[in-house]
Design a protein around this ligand. Structure first.
Ligand code: KIV
Length: 253
């Protein structure tokens, strides 16, 4: 975790989500600094309409799979809705997640008092401010007017003071991303927060081109995996129906 903190001002921090063994293995071996087992898994791989349905058990199951695939990245487990509402609850929930996954780093949305309580137990906490999906019904850029800007700025400062080792800044104007990055001693990792934060995080399935329905402007697609999967499926169906699969070499004698 300290090696991530020390990257501030030296080079940009890279972070991606992963929710399972094979993708964690690939992105870790490829050299991403941080893997976040995000509660976005609720939408991305479980098919829910929001993160609000994700449970602690979901995070533990997916966290365990990612830990088995990870080789050299820092794995951060996201704490789902209602698990960190009070400092006492946050300590119990974060301890359970860490004990059962073997990860030692969690992410909490907002809630500086819960962050403080958990950080004091020795568990490393990543903060998260700006757009906080657990608190909203629809996704909109935050910090556009003076009141909202001040609120996001103050929460980022409060998260640092509470002991967070880094903070995610989600969906805020670039100028606010820069202002917070200059103010904090801990690294800021942006998603839709412009190019001037200390690092960038994106949802792996978005950059792979898995989820074609909703695509925020900050998502850059590096692949079109949906087309690859569809093509492979079509070929398989064709080969089975035509008798082209399996061949003799693909069969036991
Ligand atoms: O759950 C998630 O994937 C996240 C990222 C968007 C930062 O919190």
């Amino acid at each position: 975790m300290q090696h991530i903190v020390q990257l501030k001002g030296k080079r940009k921090i890279t972070a991606l989500t992963a929710y399972d063994y094979p993708t964690a293995k690939i992105v870790s071996e490829a050299g991403v600094d941080v893997i976040l087992v995000g509660d976005s898994l609720g939408m991305v791989v479980l098919g829910y309409s929001s993160t609000h349905f994700v449970t602690l058990d979901d995070m533990i199951r997916h966290g365990q799979a990612v830990m088995r695939g990870n080789s050299k990245s820092l794995v951060v487990i996201d704490m789902p809705i209602a698990t960190c509402d009070t400092p006492e609850k946050a300590i119990a929930s974060c301890r359970k997640v860490c004990e059962e996954t073997g990860a030692h780093v969690v992410k909490i949305e907002g809630k500086p008092e819960s962050v403080r309580a958990v950080a004091q137990t020795g568990i490393a906490v990543m903060g998260h401010t700006g757009l906080k999906p657990q608190e909203v019904q629809s996704y909109k850029i935050q910090g556009k007017d003076d009141i909202s800007r001040k609120k996001v700025f103050e929460e980022a400062v409060a998260l640092e003071q509470a002991g967070a080792f880094a903070v995610i800044l989600e969906c805020i104007p670039s100028s606010l991303g820069l202002e917070i990055t200059q103010k904090l001693r801990i690294p800021t990792i942006g998603i839709g927060a412009g190019s001037l934060t200390d690092g960038q995080i994106l949802v792996l399935h978005d950059i792979l081109g898995f989820s074609s329905d909703v695509r925020p402007r900050f998502v850059r697609k590096y692949a079109h995996i949906d087309k690859e999967i569809s093509q492979a499926t079509h070929h398989f169906i064709k080969d089975v129906i035509s008798g082209n699969y399996p061949s003799e070499q693909e069969s036991y004698s």
